[in-house]
Design a binder for this molecule. Structure first.
Ligand SMILES: Nc1ncnc2c1ncn2[C@@H]1O[C@H](COP(=O)(O)OP(=O)(O)OP(=O)(O)O)[C@@H](O)[C@H]1O
Length: 256
C-alpha cells in the first residue's frame, strides 16, 4: 500500500532524511519513533505531499506522490489523512465544530446536506463526543476533546491511511491511553492503515505491529513491536529511547 523507496530530503543544503525505505501493507500499523529533530515530521510532510523529496520515491497503492495537477492531490488527500499534535490550529477557530467537520465532506464527497449531517454525527459519536458540542467553536474544547474532533474530521472521508504525527503528545497520560484505545478500536473496525509518529516507545505495544527508529534523519532499525523489549536484539539507540520513555512514564505516575 504505502511504499517508501530510498527517500532523501535536503533542506537548505543539509540532509534531513537519508535513504529511508519501508512498506506498510493494507491494514498494518507502523510507528516512526525518534527524538525531536530526527526528521519524523518531515517524513510525514513528504508523505502528505506538502514537501517534495530531493530524491527517492513515495508510492501509495502503486501511484507516485502527486507533484502536479490539483486532481492528483485530491485523490491523494481522499486516501491519506493526517492528525497533528494539538496546537489548536487544525480546526478553523471561526467556524462551528459542525462546519469544521462538514468541510472535508463538501470538498471530497457528493453527499447532500442531510447525508453530511448524518456522517458528521456518526463520526462525532465514534470518537466519543457529545452531540451538543457541535454547535460550539473549536476553542471551547478541552485538549482531549480537540484531538478527538481532529480524529473524527480526518476519518470522515474514510481514508485508507491515517498518519498520526505526535497526536497524543500534548495530552496527559490518562488521555493518551484513552486516545490509543480509541485508535485501536477504529483501526480494527475500519481496517485502517496507520502510520503513528511519536517519540514515546511505551505507547506502541497493542497499537502498532512494527516500529521504525529514526536518528538524525537515518533509519536505525525496523522491527516487530513484539521484539521491543528484547534488549539484546535492539540497537543501543532504541534501548536508550525506550529507557527515557520509561523514566518519563514513571516520573509522571509518581506525580499523579
Ligand atoms: N523548513 C526548514 N528549514 C530548515 N530546517 C528545517 C526545516 N524543516 C525542518 N528542518 C530541520 O529538519 C530536522 C528535522 O525536523 P523535523 O521537524 O522533521 O523533526 P521531528 O523529528 O519531527 O522533530 P519534533 O519531534 O521536534 O517535531 C530538524 O533539524 C529541523 O530543524
Amino acid at each position: 500500500m504505502l511504499e517508501i523507496r530510498r527517500l532523501y530530503k535536503e533542506i537548505h543544503g543539509s540532509p534531513i532524511l537519508e535513504d529511508i525505505h519501508f512498506r506498510i501493507e493494507d491494514g498494518e500499523s507502523l510507528a516512526i519513533v525518534g527524538e525531536s529533530g530526527s526528521g519524523k515530521s518531515t517524513l510525514a510532510q513528504l508523505i502528505m505531499a506538502l514537501k517534495q523529496p530531493t530524491s527517492g520515491h513515495i508510492f501509495f497503492d502503486g501511484r507516485p506522490l502527486p507533484n502536479k495537477g490539483i486532481l492528483s492531490y485530491r485523490e491523494w488527500y481522499r486516501d491519506i489523512q493526517i492528525v497533528f499534535q494539538n496546537t489548536g490550529s487544525t480546526l478553523n477557530p471561526s467556524l462551528s465544530l459542525f462546519q469544521c467537520l462538514e468541510e472535508p465532506l463538501i470538498n471530497f464527497t457528493r453527499y447532500n446536506r442531510a447525508e453530511r449531517k448524518h456522517k458528521v454525527l456518526e463520526y462525532w459519536g465514534k470518537v466519543g463526543l457529545n452531540e451538543n458540542l457541535l454547535r460550539n467553536r473549536p476553542g471551547k474544547l478541552s485538549g482531549g476533546q480537540y484531538q478527538r474532533a481532529c480524529l473524527a474530521k480526518a476519518l470522515l472521508t474514510r481514508p485508507k491511511l491515517l498518519i498520526c504525527d505526535e497526536m497524543v503528545s500534548n495530552l496527559d497520560v490518562l488521555l493518551q491511553q484513552q486516545m490509543i484505545e480509541l485508535l485501536i478500536s477504529i483501526q480494527k473496525e475500519q481496517g485502517l492503515t496507520l502510520l503513528f509518529i511519536t517519540h514515546d516507545l511505551t505507547l506502541l505495544p497493542g497499537l502498532c505491529s512494527n516500529i521504525m527508529v529514526l536518528k538524525e534523519g537515518k533509519q536505525v532499525e525496523l522491527f516487530s513491536t513484539s521484539a521491543l523489549y528484547d534488549e539484546a536484539e535492539r540497537d543501543p539507540y532504541t534501548v536508550t529511547l525506550l529507557n527515557s520513555s520509561k523514566m518519563f512514564e514513571t516520573a509522571w505516575n509518581q506525580l499523579t
